[in-house]
Design a protein around this ligand. Structure first.
Ligand code: MLT
Ligand code: ZN
Length: 512
């Protein structure tokens, strides 16, 4: 007990050293709205070796039709400057030249647009909050952009059964705020919450920081309504938790990244908001210790474990240097963020402190800090959630998002460091160790084809060899889709192509 108190005192000491800054989860939305950031990004058709499909080009007559069916003038955007932002992804790696941005309000309007585009053979790309990381939500050529931003109504919150029904353009943070007073949370959460749309979250099967507790969206989504490429409205809506009547078609739209249709309604099972929450940040000397921390957390924190994330020292230094955030623990080779949450405040903190004490006594970790009030918790989370932003400040970022067995998890980062040497500016690993999901960010001053060739397909071959996944959570989008074969068998990929052929035979939505 004495040790626990000593540890707790030490924790408080470190916490006092921190200059707590308030985390802004709306950073992505500020950045994504400025067209100035996007106007010098090279067109995808120049940068990448790609062929435009045999689609029609939108004409003034088409624009007039869209204006007719979408009641408001501001729902059809053709102004070149306004279109720059919608044509360029947030990472500034994919830029298309879509001539028009449509903002329907309801399923009927989406259906009419899709039916018309089908008859005219116009390609379409659905767009949510534009926080995707693989270029799946922006045009690659001159696709019509269909934004879900005005489809942002909450349709129903059932407080007894704990279900939410809403349109796809609801922003995650706004949903979280609305559900808070009823003591519910969404069963997933991610750093882009200030901008991302629930429809985009489903389309990419967003994993985020709580997957270790609540599982993937394939388990918590109860119903989906989607408009197919030809305008057909496919109603797979339900708020029942159990339904074993035939094929579960809604699953096709979770993680298919808008390649099969546009999600127009969502029903999702909510989770109970935990009454208590504490977060620890721990310094480790080596990756073996990181793995031990994770397996002990599962054992000792049991149902209280709600997140387990890690960062290496390179990543922490980028966060400190570019964002001027303070790392509250001693400089270490690795950092692990553990979140415990549940119904008992006392148990939550005691369990976390006991867990840390055991790790210190068994020399698995050197030290750590515990944050137990909401401001401190946000600040500790900011160190992890703002990695993406910190890396963007470092230069052009080659981003990889892979699943790997924990026994070889970090070896790929060391391997890439020796392979790439000084060709790269920074190489860092971080991610959701609790889900076996590693993010590898490799930066350089500007886009560099030579460096790209040194990384790809090498990195995907490496992943394939260990039967990992070349996309753990960001999806394949435009950037990664050519590497599907490293994670899918021929038969599985052919079956996917058959489904694509059935639902989008003219391939007017993003191809697979
Ligand atoms: C994260 O885990 O922070 C997100 O997936 C974004 C990223 O890859 O940095
Ligand atoms: Zn992630």
């Amino acid at each position: 007990m004495a040790n626990v108190q000593a540890f707790a005192k030490r924790s408080l000491y470190y916490l006092k050293q921190l200059q707590w800054r308030c985390l802004s989860s709306t950073v992505l939305s500020h950045m994504s709205k400025s067209p100035l950031l996007f106007d010098n990004v090279e067109l995808a058709s120049n940068r990448y070796d790609i062929q435009r499909g045999n689609f029609a080009k939108a004409t003034q007559q088409d624009i007039n039709y869209f204006k007719d069916i979408l009641s408001s003038q501001s729902a059809v955007i053709t102004d070149a400057e306004e279109l720059i932002g919608s044509n360029t992804d947030w990472l500034r790696v994919v830029r298309g030249s879509g001539p028009v941005l449509l903002k329907p309000e309801n399923t009927e309007q989406v259906s009419k647009i899709m039916q018309y585009c089908n008859n005219r053979n116009l390609a379409v790309v659905p767009q949510g909050g534009k926080t995707g990381l693989v270029g799946g939500g922006v045009p690659v050529f001159d696709e019509i952009i269909l934004s879900t931003s005005r489809m942002n109504n909450v349709i129903d919150v059932d407080k007894i059964s704990g279900t939410l029904v809403c349109q796809p353009g609801c922003i995650l943070q706004e949903l979280e705020d609305r559900l808070d007073s009823d003591n519910f949370i969404l069963p997933y959460d991610l750093g882009a919450r200030g901008s991302c749309h629930i429809g985009g979250n489903l389309s990419t099967n967003a994993g985020g920081i709580r997957l270790v507790r609540y599982g993937s969206l394939h388990g918590s989504v109860l119903g989906v309504e989607a408009v197919l490429a030809d305008g057909t409205v496919l109603d797979c809506m339900s708020t029942c938790r159990k339904d074993n009547t035939g094929y579960d078609l809604k699953q096709l739209f979770i993680g298919s990244e808008g390649t099969l249709g546009i999600i127009t309604k969502v029903a999702i099972a909510l989770a109970q908001k935990p009454r208590a929450q504490c977060v620890a940040l721990i310094g480790c000397n080596n990756f073996e210790n990181v793995k031990q921390v994770f397996s002990s957390a599962r054992k000792d924190l049991c149902e209280y474990l709600s997140a387990c994330e890690f960062m290496d020292s390179k990543i922490m230094s980028l966060v400190e240097n570019h964002l001027k955030l303070t790392n509250p623990v001693q400089t270490s080779s690795f950092y692990v963020l553990i979140e415990a949450s549940g119904s008992s405040e006392q148990y939550c903190k005691t369990a976390l402190l006991d867990f840390l004490e055991t790790l210190i006594e068994s020399k698995v970790i050197k030290e750590g800090i515990v944050a137990d009030n909401s401001v401190q918790i946000k600040d500790v989370w900011a160190l992890r959630e703002r990695v993406l932003e910190a890396c963007q400040h470092d230069g052009y970022v080659f981003k990889y998002d892979v699943s790997l067995p924990l026994r070889v998890f970090y070896n790929i980062v060391d391997d890439l460091r020796s392979r790439l040497g000084s060709q790269a500016k920074s190489i860092g690993g971080y991610g959701h160790i609790g889900d076996g999901n590693l993010h590898i960010n490799i930066t350089c001053e500007e886009y560099n084809k030579q460096l790209e060739k040194a990384i790809e397909p090498y990195i995907f071959e490496w992943i394939g060899k260990y039967k990992g996944s070349v996309s753990a959570e960001h999806g394949m989008g435009f950037i990664k889709r050519k590497y599907m074969n490293y994670s899918k068998s021929e038969a599985a990929y052919n079956t996917m192509k058959g489904i694509k052929q059935l639902l989008d035979p003219k391939r007017r939505m993003m191809d697979i």
